[in-house]
Design a protein around this ligand. Structure first.
Ligand SMILES: *[C@@H]1O[C@H](CO)[C@@H](O)[C@H](O)[C@H]1NC(C)=O
Length: 130
């Protein structure tokens, strides 16, 4: 009986949840594109990327079914910890154009990139209602 109970618990623990299924489902809208015009800063370069993260519901159900975000990747001239990165997610809106490289968020992440010699990514997440 104990073995059966243990086996049942193990199966339940290993079963995929609806969230697992959602996260692991292939999404043909996922892509990222370099928007060009990288910023050549003092000791680093910032690249601007259009990251399309997912299709949420359908265009008939929500006003913006395709979620895309500005992604800024700061790469220091000298990388000491190439396998290490840092992701800073902030708010904002993708309707205001690409992030201002002199904004507080960008300055914070470039300082961290140069100060730690790791790649830093700043991702703007648009939190407006759909
Ligand atoms: C980013 O990609 C999305 C989805 O393809 C597109 O709708 C949007 O116009 C793009 N934005 C920019 C700034 O390239």
């Amino acid at each position: 009986m104990k073995v059966l109970l243990l086996l049942s618990l193990l199966v339940a623990a290993c079963a995929a949840t609806p969230l697992d299924d959602y996260v692991n489902a292939p999404d043909p809208t996922y892509e990222y594109r370099d928007l060009g015009d990288p910023w050549d800063g003092d000791g680093y370069t910032s690249y601007f990327i259009n990251l399309t993260s997912q299709l949420w519901l359908s265009p008939g159900e929500v006003s913006r079914a395709i979620w895309w975000h500005y992604l800024v990747i700061n790469i220091p001239d000298e990388i000491e910890f190439g396998d290490t990165g840092f992701l800073y997610i902030t708010g904002g809106s993708n309707t205001n154009g690409r992030p201002d490289i002199t904004s507080e968020d960008c300055l914070l992440t470039t300082l961290m990139a140069v100060g730690t010699n790791t790649k830093i990514q700043l991702r703007r997440v648009d939190l407006k209602m759909l």
